[in-house]
Ligand binder design. Sequence first.
Ligand SMILES: Nc1ncnc2c1ncn2[C@@H]1O[C@H](COP(=O)(O)OP(=O)(O)OP(=O)(O)O)[C@@H](O)[C@H]1O
Ligand SMILES: [Zn+2]
Length: 843
Amino acid sequence: MSELLNFNYPPEPATDRVTLFADVILPLPLPKLYTYRIPFEMNDSVMVGARVIVQFGGKRVLSCIVADIHENAPADYQAKYVLDVLDDTPIVTGPQLKLFKWIADYYMCTLGEVINAGLPSALKLSSESRIQLHPQYNPEEDEIIFAPQEEKIIFALQHNQALTFTEVGNLLQLKSYHKFIKSLIQKEAIIIYEQVSDKFSPKVVKKVRLTEHFVQEEGMLEELFNQLTPQPKQLDILLNYLQKVPVHQDINLNYKGLEKSELSKNPHLSASSINTLIKKGVLEQFDQIVSRFPIDNLQQQLPMALSEHQLQAKDEILGLFKEKDTVLLHGVTGSGKTEVYIDLIKHALEAGGQVLYLLPEIALTAQIVTRLLKVFGEKLGVYHSKFSDNERAEVWQGILSGRFQVVVGVRSSIFLPFHNLSLIIVDEEHEASYKQYDPAPRYNARETALVMANLQGTKTLLGSATPSIESYYNCKTGRWGLVTMSKRFGQAQLPDIELIDIRDAQRRKAMNSHFSSQLLTAIEERLQREEQVILFQNRRGYAPFISCDECSWIPKCKFCAVSLSYHKYNNELRCHYCGYHERMPHDCPACGATTLKSMGFGTEKVEDELKLLLPKAEVQRMDLDTTKTKNSYQQIIADFENGKTNVLVGTQMVTKGLDFENVSLVGILNADTVINFPDYRAHERAYQLFVQVSGRAGRKGKPGTVLIQTRDPLQPIFRKVRNNDYESLYEHEIEERLRFGYPPFVRMIRITVKHAEEETSENAAIVLAKDLVDRLGKQQVLGPEVPYIFKIRNLFLNEIHIKLPRANTNLKAAKDQLAQAIFNLRLLPVFKNIRIVADVDPM
Ligand SMILES: Nc1ncnc2c1ncn2[C@@H]1O[C@H](COP(=O)(O)OP(=O)(O)OP(=O)(O)O)[C@@H](O)[C@H]1O
Ligand SMILES: [Zn+2]
């Protein structure tokens, strides 16, 4: 027996020496898969879906995913060897690989880009990866046996914070050192991380417990009581401990102990006495590493009992699922869709499958996670970008191991390694944030979820109070099932919606900056009644631009064709497209006058002015600027829930899905910017936004009011919003879409041509458009045209839109033509540096 075998290293060479090759997906935007040769001794350990380490190019060592194993050597190059296998079991499942391929094909990008977006970086190793000692690893205590090479690594790590892979290679003077790293990870002696700054730091809590002999030995506890009787403060602590940790019922409870803060935060207990007890050896203090997803203190609850309407909706959904794969739940705001989802999730879990619950925004997950945790406890995984990489990897592994059976998350959750889904829920299905705009893959999580459901033979439930026109069309044509809930839950009524004519108010001198006196009075009234208010404004920052009163100078971004927004809190001018920022000048750089004025207004100004106008109001703001840190959403939402704040000002973040019982007034400060947006979806979007934000008012018994400030109260969209008349919106929109050729009747692909020189960009777009007309036909190609924002990050943009009729178009063939046209264009020397982005189903 070789010494190596004792350490679980690759098995002995197979006797029938077939030469196998692995096609791997490298985490790079490469147009095709690369083939590597599998060394004989790894024939049995390389698996589809597992990670292997390969060398790519001269120096780079990368981990990649095996997509296929076969016996065909590549025809045009000599295959390099796979260096090492990282996983015993696949980390990417079969259905997932199929889905990734679909995403790459449909959204016209490479598999590498899909893998790159999909895998948490903690699962992507490269030569930049570093290792450090596992924080729980204790060389004295552990009885694990290490190979000499492993000991060498551990020794080095005891003297160095961290080592790169390359350093490990040099240390061992070995090329195939990865197996030692892998083995050390399995033995939990080391961990891997990507950068020094992102080092894994375990979450530790301080705990106390009774020193062992007090519990183990007969009569010791009684004696302790006697001893402590003269010290009532210490006795109190002991009693309190025993109340929370009833060791007399089960002595094993003592081992888990109690968080020290449970005792120290109690105002009736003395902190110094706790420490005295520790010094005396009555209590012992210890650290415990806890999960990042603690649910210890949550009381598991049964889901709420469904109302008659909810039960009926649920039965209808289950009934429709017998015939259709997809059902849309169209329920007005506050109708109790979430409880219907929860019931269906329970149902699906009982049948033994996994459930994915998609939400469009992190802001929304905060509230819903609390609700779901109560019902599903440890089975629930949460996934979004505010989580650290380690946390995301923990969720990924948790799904593979079966720890998490329900996952709630934002759009990127569609990349997770599900293999046994029995239900997918897409909440707020109309939301544009399901679409990733940049970088590739430019996928729509809603569409991808439907394909995922199809690949796994499962059902999808989409829900919204304001469905997208496309989804509703699918119901009308019978492809999907439709279930409607037209009443709010319980006694709650839909809010009253009133319009305020800003122009008229200005004439009557009834405007106080951006607030009509009607709105201000309404806010004051709610505050007096101790009710809460939500105010919506479509823009963040203080003002979308500033301008000199004297010479009309307006500061613009150096890199983009947009004006700079003014942010007052840090006195900065900022570009919302590229992030460029500079200090707000004191005088006009053009004429020297001191007459710089802010124009228009954003959420920051609303917050600022409201604090001046209503000094008693506790105002908080929720927008991109106030939600940068991980827990900021949760904090803002919790403060509002607890009544610590009474006015919440925000961008579209405050409009959707949030459920506050005490909100009785919603104000929309300027409705017009939402409606007058140059896009075929503008009216659909405006309707959705107004209905959704209105839907936050009056959700629990108290009647709600919505005040909408506008310069154009006759705009027909308002009538539809006030009457909650989705049908009439749909009828109008679908007719226009048919007449002018927009989705759902056509599929659109937007091609953006980018170049640092305006003329080159334009010429390239002209050449490309011409070629596309030849290939696809004149009807199918629109443009090129210069978009409204014609320069971003120093690149000049030109757009071409391709419209492909849904009926009788061979989509695959059309995309091949498009890809060929782009390829040919790039062959022309003048257009060598041109960048071309294809966005399929742009939003
Ligand atoms: N069966 C039930 N028992 C008790 N309360 C319920 C029940 N169903 C819903 N509710 C309450 O009614 C309110 C509205 O429900 P929910 O948030 O699910 O509405 P929704 O349809 O998701 O609304 P939106 O589209 O605005 O997000 C919530 O406060 C919820 O707790
Ligand atoms: Zn910019």
